[in-house]
Design a protein around this ligand. Sequence first.
Ligand code: FES
Length: 242
Amino acid sequence: MKRRDFGKICASMAATAVAGGPPVALASQRESYPLSGLHTENHQTVTGETLEPGVPYVFFYPYISTPCFLIDLDTEARSGPTHHDPRTGEPYTWLGGVGPNSSIVAFSAICSHKMSHPAREISFINYRHDAVSFYSNAGKSEKKQRVISCCSERSVYDPADGARVLGGPAPQPLAAIELSYDNNTGAISAAASYGGDMYDRFFEKFGFRAAIEHKVNDPAELVGSKTLVRKLTDYSRQTIKC
Ligand code: FES
């Protein structure tokens, strides 16, 4: 099934309160795709225990050639804040982390500036668990741990805050990947994409190269019911840090 065959669910929803319970954050502009279970190269289901905290992993979702980061931030990542989908101007609320500590997050690994992304040869975009220095959008010199940093032109995102842009030329947050976490088994699946995704532009610009890299005819094919998770350093031969 291809992108154009799949319907969008664009429910205009905001954070709502459930009677007797905590607020439940719902994403607007959510684009639903088939549920895709995350698994390792040994065909093991990925659970919270599979992931090394602070280490960036890569998987492909919702298409066979669109990379995403999967990261255990090793700290709780609460839902919020409200961003705006640049395509529609509609607000959406980031859903926060999943897992026993609400620390596991996933975002599209396609930089919202010029779409730098992890490729087999090299990745200029990386997750940095250690402290990174950068200039904020306010022009101040900052140092911060737990950021997604794109070394192409030095955009910096905060994965504990919906991949909000902290600095650099990126015009919008990374698209968020909604994760489903099974409380009984700990299994993690990818369920949807929301926010300002770059998929159509990615296929226009990189589709030909992505088809060669992934040895497929159609890089815009949906990934299906399972998707492989690898460490970024196992996927890309060279990972750039800046
Ligand atoms: S492509 Fe990422 S900063 Fe330019």
